[in-house]
Write a protein that binds this ligand. Structure first.
Ligand code: PLP
Length: 287
């Protein structure tokens, strides 16, 4: 396996960065998770655009143009002979001195890892997920804006641990007002009376690229999609609940906080969206 690391491709064993990298010392950096299907990199430009927006927001100057960055991602997948891959792109502030001052870091570190990954076992896409809501709250845009895909994922990791302790594999975070924000690494949708609902980003969610793709697909299929705040009550009484994300793709949720959603089986709208999503990812993308 070859990893892109600061201008060269190195094998996994040699892919190492300094303990003085501010990404490690302070979580000072940003990242993207991208996916390749059947040799095509899905929505690469959108991921790169989000990366550069995250960078701009934290005043981090990426030492490549967006076009060069796209090329580097394509090259990493190619060198690893992968057709289906999960790609992790990380840009950290780089190596500097102890102390928060990013001016001691002259050059950002750029890392691209491409490998095979499946977040949930295949059968869970047929049976659906059991999830919970957790005490950890999503930070709202007045703090570190959740739109920035930063290396500060401790909240999200706590969510995963809280989920694991409850014997489930994913969970929903609420924001400080009690509105449902998102999962630890995915966005959430409800279906109620044939209408789709997903929290607006200002509630405290990442503007997911899969979320956007699902909004587009649903609208093309004739569904109304509303970006509206909702609470746990709305989740419990929904007809269908599902999660979206680059790693999770589109996955049905059949139980939340021990309560069955409707009849406890993956819903028909979710199934239709998943099928359409799978067809698109096979065809679309940068080769
Ligand atoms: N929410 C969070 C916190 C995430 O980390 C991710 C993963 O990237 C998502 C949502 C889903 O976003 P996307 O569909 O762009 O992968």
């Amino acid at each position: 396996q070859l990893i892109y690391l600061n201008g060269e491709f190195v094998c996994k064993e040699n892919a190492k960065i300094s303990v003085y990298d501010h990404g490690f010392l302070y979580g000072d950096g940003i990242f993207e998770g991208i996916r390749a299907y059947n040799g095509n990199i899905f929505r690469l430009e959108e991921h790169i655009e989000r990366l550069y927006e995250s960078a701009l927001s934290i005043l981090l100057q990426i030492p490549h143009t967006p076009a060069e960055m796209c090329q580097l991602v394509v090259e990493t997948v190619r060198r690893n002979n992968l057709r289906d891959a999960y790609i992790r792109l990380v840009v950290s502030r780089g190596t500097g001195n102890l102390g928060l001052d990013p001016r001691s870091c002259p050059t950002p570190s750029v890392i691209i890892i491409a490998e095979q990954l499946s977040l949930f076992p295949r059968e869970l896409y047929e049976t659906g997920l059991r999830i919970i809501t957790v005490p950890t709250r999503r930070n709202t845009p007045d703090a570190l804006n959740p739109k920035i895909k930063s290396l500060n994922y401790l909240n999200n990791i706590l969510v995963r641990m809280e989920a694991a302790q409850a014997g489930v594999s994913e969970a929903l975070m609420l924001n400080r007002e009690g509105y449902v924000a998102e999962g630890s690494g995915d966005n959430v949708f409800l279906v109620k009376k044939g209408i789709l609902y997903t929290p607006p980003a200002y509630i405290g969610a990442l503007q997911g690229i899969t979320r956007q793709v699902i909004i587009e697909i649903a609208q093309q299929l004739g569904y109304v999609v509303k970006e509206e705040p909702f609470t746990r009550h709305d989740v419990y009484v929904a007809d269908e609940v599902f999660l979206t994300g680059t790693a999770a793709e589109v996955i049905s949720v059949i139980e939340v906080d021990g309560r069955r959603i409707k009849d406890g089986k993956p819903g028909q709208v979710t199934g239709q969206l998943l099928q359409e999503f799978r067809q698109r990812v096979e065809k679309e993308g940068v080769t």
